[in-house]
Write a protein that binds this ligand. Structure first.
Ligand code: ADP
Length: 580
């Protein structure tokens, strides 16, 4: 949230479409608040009747029924008011969640890298969730706390101004003193939001890494990040309790003390015949109930501060710049030469690529090789506009990829990476990936990817569930599923990260066959780890510390006395050692 923007100002557009319902709910809440004075009015009238000797049975019954009626009506109206404000709150939260999710889908992958899952979850569920408390509860309480007491105060001023001011004294003290005491609370709410989101991130990390943690005999106590964040969170909660306990106590005591002022002042005025007995009684009664609604003020104030700090996180996400999206659409008949022209890229301050220039002609296979961390993956991902380049440009068919529409670029490229994402859904869905492809096409792709036989032997075939609730796949099977997806997508540019870990002989053979189907006639970039697989590549680009230091065909590079030659010799040596 913009610092200069008030909470209400930034929330107003979100409430669009909810304002009538919300206003109606608040109006009912105000009526409820007014109705809560009826029983006190009954007591006043009965005592007054008693003092003036005018009391009779029908008069008592009238006020008794009026009080009962007011209580029943109040519960009814309060239910409707609560329904209205809750519906408005849930609708507003829903809209904001969709808005944030839509915006997140337009951000580059750096966002998901730099913001852990836990942090994102906190922003979407917990921070936005605070809106429910604010709209459904705090706004109602605010309407009840202020509007009726204000009107009543004006009426009381006309009846007896000195007594009215006596009633006002606790309100002023009850608001000003806690505000002074709670000065540090806004900073604490920020700390609370940060530590809470850090706990969420570390819990996420811990659950995801549970297998590894167990393998290394690490207990939760040893999981430093988790215990530290939990410690910070608990410390923050304790500080919040310390800061808020005394203001709450002070407010309750002060607001309850109006009678301390009205009793003596009223008595003095009565004795000097400046006020009638009836009015004196009326002020005593009202001083006991006038500020009951004010007790919620502390809660409201704390709720607002927490909401403000939570919405700041949400607003930060919304303010993030979307990834560049052009308007050019490339047709499938175009040829797909790719060119990286002086491309540099940094992850924050960490330079990953520096001045990379590379031409990948249409229909050829280019291999990216180099040590781990040399920049191969980054260069490949930049072609899919996973990130915006820091400087230089990437061209497809002579067009800067920033000018190509996201949809078109997505259609042009298919990524097959080592870390295959499996949906918690059927095998069919895991290959079709939401494309509504006909079953026959999915089967065709699975056959070409050498995974059809495996699927067919499962009891439910393509309807078999995968993911958390379904069967588990081996690394090699997952990779062939990813290849089947790419074959089905039939994109003209394939970016393939060769897996090193699933290289048993049968799987390797199947993957090679699957690749032959996938790569036929495509412009391919292969991030290669096992050099024998790219011996026949049209071009091999050797990456070293973010630069392309050599490129050419295998036979030429092995004679050039450069990095590739050394890599190749080491590779051959280690392969021979493995066989021995
Ligand atoms: P390679 O694929 O050759 O192993 P990468 O492209 O993955 O290399 O990494 C290049 C450099 O960028 C490395 O220094 C790596 O630590 C860094 N890097 C890679 N991904 C990220 C990321 N998501 N955030 C920050 N730094 C990264």
């Amino acid at each position: 949230m913009n610092k200069n923007q008030s909470l209400f100002h930034s929330m107003f557009p979100l409430l669009k479409g909810e304002r009538i319902k919300l206003s109606f709910g608040l109006l009912l809440a105000v009526i409820c608040s007014a109705l809560s004075f009826v029983p006190y009015l009954a007591v006043y009238n009965i005592i007054l009747g008693l003092s003036e000797n005018k009391l009779n049975f029908s008069f008592i019954i009238f006020w008794a029924f009026l009080s009962i009626g007011s209580v029943i009506l109040k519960s009814l109206l309060m239910s409707i008011a609560s329904l209205c404000t809750h519906t408005s709150a849930f609708n507003t939260m829903h809209k904001l969640k969709i808005k944030v999710l839509q915006h997140m889908s337009s951000l580059n992958l750096g966002f998901f890298n730099n913001n852990s899952q836990g942090k994102i979850k906190t922003a979407i569920f917990d921070d936005i969730g605070r809106l429910e408390n604010f709209i459904a509860h705090n706004l109602l309480e605010l309407a009840q706390s202020f509007i009726v007491p204000l009107i009543l105060f004006i009426v009381l001023l006309t009846i007896q101004p000195i007594m009215a001011l006596c009633i006002l004294i606790p309100a002023v003290l009850g608001i000003v003193i806690p505000m002074k005491i709670m000065k540090g609370y806004p900073d604490l709410t920020k700390e609370y939001t940060n530590t809470f989101s850090s706990v969420n991130s570390s819990i996420n990390e811990m659950i995801t890494g549970m297998q590894v943690l167990k393998m290394y005999h690490l207990s939760a106590k040893h999981f430093k990040r988790y215990t530290n964040s939990l410690k910070q969170y608990t410390t923050c909660l304790k500080k919040m309790a310390k800061t808020s306990c005394s203001p709450i106590a002070v407010t309750v005591v002060i607001l309850d003390s109006a009678i301390l002022f009205t009793l003596p002042v009223g008595g003095f005025l009565y004795l000097h015949s400046m006020i009638t007995l009836g009015k004196y009684l009326l002020f005593i009664l009202l001083s006991m109930c006038f500020f009951s609604a004010f007790f919620n003020l502390i809660n409201i104030r704390m709720g607002i501060m927490e909401l403000k700090s939570g919405l700041t996180h949400v607003q930060e996400i919304i303010n993030m710049e979307s990834i560049k999206n052009g308007t050019v659409t490339l047709s499938s008949q175009d040829c797909y030469d790719i060119e990286l022209r002086n491309v540099s890229f940094s992850y924050g301050n960490n330079a990953a690529l520096s001045n990379v220039t590379l031409i990948i002609p249409n229909g050829t296979l280019t291999a990216f090789v180099g040590a781990s961390g040399a920049g191969k993956t980054t260069a490949a991902q930049l072609i899919g506009r996973y990130w915006n380049v820091t400087s230089g440009e990437i061209l497809i068919n002579g067009i800067n990829i920033n000018d190509i529409s996201t949809k078109s670029l997505m259609n042009l490229t298919a990524f097959v990476f080592q870390d295959v994402f499996i949906l918690d859904d059927t095998l069919y869905e895991n290959i079709a990936m939401g494309s509504d492809a006909e079953m026959s096409k999915v089967i065709e792709a699975a056959k070409a990817a050498q995974i059809h036989d495996f699927i067919q032997n499962l009891p439910n075939g393509y309807k078999t569930s995968l993911g958390v609730s379904g069967i588990k796949l081996s690394g090699g099977q997952k990779q062939r599923i990813a290849i089947a997806r790419a074959i089905l997508k039939d994109a003209p540019i394939i970016i393939f990260d060769e897996a090193t870990s699933f290289s048993d002989i049968e799987n390797e053979h199947k993957i090679q066959l699957a690749l032959q189907s996938l790569l036929k006639g495509k412009t391919t970039i292969m991030i290669a780890h096992r050099l024998h697989t790219i011996k026949n590549a049209d071009n091999i680009a050797v990456f070293d510390e973010g630069k392309v230091v050599e490129q050419g065909k295998h036979d030429d590079l092995t004679k050039s006395d450069g990095i590739y030659e050394k890599m190749w010799n080491t590779y051959i040596y280690s392969s021979v050692k493995e066989v021995m």
